[in-house]
Design a protein around this ligand. Sequence first.
Ligand code: HEC
Length: 444
Amino acid sequence: MKTSHLLWRSLFTSALLLSSCAHPPPPESPPAPPHEAPSSEPEPESAAPSASQEALRRAEATAQELAGTLKTNLVAAMSEQGPEAAARYCSVGAQGLTAGIADARGVSVGRSSLRLRNPTNAGPAWVEAWLAQQGERAADGVETVGRVDTLPDGSQVARVIKPLAIGGPCVVCHGPAESLAPGVRAVLLDRYPGDAATGYSIGDLRGALWAEAAVGGSAPTTLQMFGALRAVMHQGDYGSKVSLGELLAEPGGHGVGALEGLAGEVTFDGGTAWLSTPDGSGAIATTKLEPGAGSDRGVALLAFHRVDAWTTRTLEEPASLAELGDRIRDAATEAGLSLDHPIPFRVEGPFEQLKYHVIDGSKLPAGPSSHDAHKDAGITVEHAAVEATLIGLWSTEHAGIFTHMGDTTHVHVTVAEPLGSGHVDEVRVPTGARLMLPTASRGP
Ligand code: HEC
């Protein structure tokens, strides 16, 4: 059976509460009042009550913005192009929109569920715990959460969870698999081979929309994400998301990414930007922009983190690139850093068997591309032994955003002599290398 777009338009514009690959609550569930006060708000000890109120307000506003943006976009796609195109829209648009909102507001935000369609949507531990506590059930009676938590490093975060219920329009893409329109089913099968998010009925608890904001706004753990890896790889989205000048204005900038047009690699270390581009003769050209320098040049993808102070520890065992993620996790656990947030790191060498590449966007075929295609289209530099610094970010929450699937790190390197920088493909980190992690802060 074919459903006309007109029917979708009327279905979607006449329903009062429309859904999305986001989730506004269906009419039959008790909707949370739009500016509802947090349900629990323990009096914080190390910050004024107004600071925690402010953080809760930011978390709440960010959650609303994500809900509203996804809904607006989904409704437009549904009514203009039909459910199949809308499913495709959700599969390509939802991640980038979510990352963009989080970045613009400096608040972590996302959607999660016990039954995930996209594994990238797995929430941080506190969200997963809430989901597990609810279990599979009707959404009726599940309450919104708003609270302030103190992290092991002493800093505080405001956390908001909004339950998401299955409404009429949601079953178009989340109903029983055999009842989905063939076109929708095909899109979902193609994009989400492990899709667990079908089989829902109206009124079921689908999952949660969550947001977390640092109290005082200066927690040491705020990632700024510009663009998303999967949008670069799958959609060929190489456009500028932010200018180098804006980033150079921030003190303590630390980050890894790629230039607009995938014209080369960018690495931030201590507020300085290292840019490496193909020089046209098969080698790379590396330049450094000091903190505060002006530049209109655009960045297509960047995981960026402010770091005010580093704490150094010496590695007692050698590590391959693949093993580095585990070393960082262990050291961070020992240092009392939260593993729920991305962790910036530096490693000072000497290193052995270093192999890195600099992307050359002009050599990439148009459209989707693989990590290997990116490597092949780039220029590779190798050093059997070299003094250098690895610059990277660690996270278990950002697969497809700044780490490749299955990896916990995205690692670049800066080399002073012979001058160079780029994306690390192989390295042997010897015993004695100095691993640096942000100094755990006691909050503002
Ligand atoms: C047109 C198809 C479509 C409709 C309608 C739709 N969704 Fe989705 N939904 C998706 C797709 C595709 C994803 C995966 C997006 C991604 O890659 O992040 C998704 C993801 C989600 C997620 C994130 C967790 C996960 O499984 O990855 C939640 C929560 C969710 N949808 C809830 C809802 C709710 C609630 C409704 C109705 C109000 C709804 N969706 C309507 C297609 C849809």
